[in-house]
Design a protein around this ligand. Sequence first.
Ligand code: DOR
Ligand code: ZN
Length: 436
Amino acid sequence: MWWLKDVWVIDPSQNLSGSRDVLVKGGQILEISSSLSEEEVLAKAQGESLETVDGKGKFVFPGLIDVHTHLREPGQEDKEDILSGSRAAVRGGFTTILAMANTQPVIDNRALIEFVRLQGERAGYAHVLPIGTVTKGMLGGELVEMADMKAGGAAAFSDDGKNIQNAEVMRLALEYAKLTGLPIISHCEDKDLAGDGQMRRGMASARMGLKGIPASAESVIVARDLLLAEETGGKLHLAHISTTESVDLIRRAKTRGVDVTAEVNPHHLIFCDEEIRLTDTVLKVNPPLGSRGDRESLIEGLRDGTLDMIATDHAPHTLAEKARPFAEAPFGIASLETALSAIWQYLVLPKRLSLERVIEAWSYSPAQRFGLSGGTLKAGAAADMVLFDPDFSEVIDSAQLVSKARNTPFLQKTLQGFPVMVWVEGQLVQRNRTVL
Ligand code: DOR
Ligand code: ZN
């Protein structure tokens, strides 16, 4: 049994933000109380061994749920695999991760869904929930067998990494997915508008002489998908929203009652296109980093609920790939181990976002949208839980990262505010930044 004493509990599922004691027993939250005496706790332990944690000055909240991670297994295990990715997850405070389907082969049938799910269970760290593709081979044409894949454990469907260019295929996908109750996750990127652009089109791309991707490459598909979701009544989730226009479109669609949710990635909330350097591909990401104005719109959208969730889009790549010239390097930032800390340091400490909103957007909202059991510390819930120390600072060092990837903009930088204990179903899986 665990007794976390005098810890600041943040649990948006019960509107709770305050100093409490937390008891965990048999893998579940036993109770959250104002203050417990030693005798009371020992009586509740009923002979079970008791570990006490002094929670003063620290926060406890539900384990984060990341609905957008690329784990690269099967097929690209030099970048990441399910074991290394799920270890990186718990080091970063995530107890559930949804694994994207753009692996090699792509996850477009039940056998592959079951493979990813079982590899996650074998790893035994974060819960790993597979996302299936929307179309066979991720080729944008024929739909997968959604009901069968759901039966195998699929949590959602997405051709992420690629847009579904054919609007009729997207319409059918939204229509058929209704039978499963699962969302279609859309990677909104008009192929023709994006062309072979390398970063957001604007002053910064012009200055560097890099081919630009206009903001409209994302927003026209956001508009299209919102219209299709409204027409079909299908469940739509928009991945990695990055433009002011997209935020405005989603805000309007929500007032019309469209069944849509949207996510924003930490890097779009923290960086902007001006910070990209031709000699460093680490900030080369898709969708590309936008302008300062876009970044403000995203923060505002997350604050007012237009953007429902934060998700990492953890996109591990090898250093050799990222060392290529800018135009040849792959898009993506690896972020499971640094994302929460970065959000704490860049947005919560400067009071741009409350920690309560961050936890809601990274645990409760994803659980609600994807019908998952986590995201809460209510009594009886599985103890998927994070102890966060706002004063703990760490130099992001290659030797300490448990992900296989090193493509993070925070390498050799100091971040402050980290998860120092993480439990999955009441089992301690990370202590003092070491994955157990
Ligand atoms: O930056 C990205 N990397 N964006 C995507 O949409 C795909 C991802 C990847 O798979 O590397
Ligand atoms: Zn994507």
